[in-house]
Design a protein around this ligand. Structure first.
Ligand code: BES
Ligand code: MN
Ligand code: ZN
Length: 449
């Protein structure tokens, strides 16, 4: 959905503040008007946050479907950031994932947001458009099913999408991973007949300045392995690569916006499956860093792949800081539901910057404590570590486990298991299925750091 500066539009949405009868997010048809016109309630004007505007506009495209209009104009918002939020809401309300089911209403959907130009608006809307296009790429990857999206196809899609934007994408498989000693990653991938892939995307926008590294969990399917998941639990596990889709979406946005920054996106992609060569509960494996790990649960696989991703990235790419994004634990859904991502890190300033970027993006991220006491929970008698820390504080022990594989680089881990996938029902401002959560926050973090 593009934007244009033109007075001509098929339909009109008028934002109404301070009307008791028109609660925030409710739509009313304005029958007096000369064209399809909606009044959109927005609550009290002094409390109107951009997040409320984004959510309210999410409902507009569905309503306008009835009128088969191509373009819509907005009245009543005057701030570029407010209009950008409205645009994003319209965009996500208009989103349909069509890989497996034709959109029979495609020609009835909104095509254009029509506005009058004023200072700063073009910049704000252009940035939103880049972010939404990039989040659509993320959503496409996450919504695609494991039968189609596995490590090799993920790598190919990353190349196809990023290389035209000037991002170089290096991909290698099992042999080089073995040579590099990515032992924990390879242990997880062993039960699958899909070859594991390491994907390293590199965007150079700032000469020889240091690079930031965005690292994504890339489980293109998580069956649980021998610690097999229930039927229900397994049903959405094609989305267990959402972290990788998020970092690939973020570097896409950063490149398209031509930010003057240097950034890597790193993904160690594999499947967690079962066969005669799969790793087993009770195994003790090694890792890229050399620490040994007792496998309490083959279903705690993400932290194994990320352990190698973090220590390899730190050693080989020497980034100035690292952010990992992962659908790491069910426990984060117990703690924070489907509203906020959980964060664990080793550096106060970086954490502050991440939280500020989250605030700016309306993508809630909540810091979890990182007390040393929690580390007791994943001590092992016969190995350096074990890969689970028991039921209590499951998201914290998972995060701190990752921290054991970071030596001296500022790092923050984001657990997005609760926010990245909305199953069958939309949760405004996010469509059903993949939400695209995190693309904006990572972009803002890089932009402002
Ligand atoms: N991919 C899952 C986490 C997950 C659960 C993501 C639900 C999205 C929705 C992860 O690999 C996992 O299985 N974690 C285990 C860890 C446990 C065995 C310590 C979990 O949370 O149950
Ligand atoms: Mn798992
Ligand atoms: Zn997983």
């Amino acid at each position: 959905m593009k934007f244009e500066f033109t007075p001509i539009a098929d339909a009109l949405v008028t934002v109404v503040f301070d009307d008791e009868a028109l609660k925030a997010g409710t739509l009313k048809i304005d029958f007096k008007a000369d064209r399809p016109s909606l009044l959109l309630g927005m609550g009290k004007s002094e409390e109107a946050k951009n997040s409320a505007i984004r959510k309210a506009f999410f409902g507009v495209p569905g309503e306008l479907l009835k009128y088969e209009v191509d373009s819509v104009r907005i009245e009543g918002l005057t701030d570029p950031a407010q209009l950008a939020a409205a645009y994003e809401g319209l965009w996500m309300g208009n989103y349909v994932f069509t890989r497996y089911k034709e959109d029979k209403q495609a020609d009835k959907r909104l095509k254009v947001l029509a506005l009058d130009e004023f200072d700063g608006l073009s910049e704000a809307l252009t940035e939103s458009q880049i972010l939404m296009q990039s989040a659509d790429f993320t959503r496409y990857l996450v919504n695609s099913r494991a039968i189609d999206l596995y490590p090799e196809t993920l790598a190919q899609l990353a190349k196809d999408e990023l290389e035209p934007l000037g991002v170089s994408v290096e991909v290698f498989g099992r042999d080089k991973s073995q040579a590099l000693g990515l032992k924990a990653f390879l242990a997880v991938s062993e039960g699958s007949d899909k070859e594991p892939q390491v994907i390293i995307a590199k965007y150079n926008g700032a000469g020889d300045e240091p690079y930031a590294a965005l690292i994504g969990k890339g489980l293109t399917y998580d069956s649980g392995g021998y610690g097999i998941k229930s039927t229900e639990g397994m049903g959405t596990m094609h989305s267990d690569m959402a972290g990788s889709a998020t970092v690939l979406g973020a570097i896409r946005a950063i490149a398209e916006a031509k930010l003057k920054k240097n950034v890597y996106a790193v993904v160690l992609a594999c499947e967690n499956m079962i066969d005669g060569s799969a790793y087993k509960n009770g195994d003790i494996i090694s890792s890229h860093l050399g620490k040994t790990i007792e496998i309490n649960s083959t279903d705690a696989e993400g932290r194994l792949t990320l352990a190698d991703a973090l220590s390899y990235t730190e050693e080989a790419l020497k980034p100035s800081f690292m952010i990992d994004v992962a659908t790491l634990t069910g426990a984060v859904i117990i703690a924070l539901g489907d509203v906020a991502a959980g964060a664990v890190g080793n550096d106060d300033q970086l954490m502050k910057d991440v939280l500020a970027a989250a605030e700016l993006s309306d993508e809630p991220i909540w810091q979890l404590p990182n007390f040393d006491e929690y580390k007791e929970q994943y001590k092992s008698t016969f190995a350096d570590l074990k890969n689970t820390g028991g039921r209590g504080a499951g998201s914290i022990t998972a995060g701190l486990f990752l921290g054991e594989f970071v030596q001296a680089t500022p790092w923050v881990h984001l657990d997005v298991a609760g926010v990245t996938y909305r199953a069958d029902k939309a949760k405004p401002p996010h469509p059903a299925g993949a939400s695209g959560f995190g693309v904006k926050a990572l972009y803002q973090l890089i932009k402002h750091r």
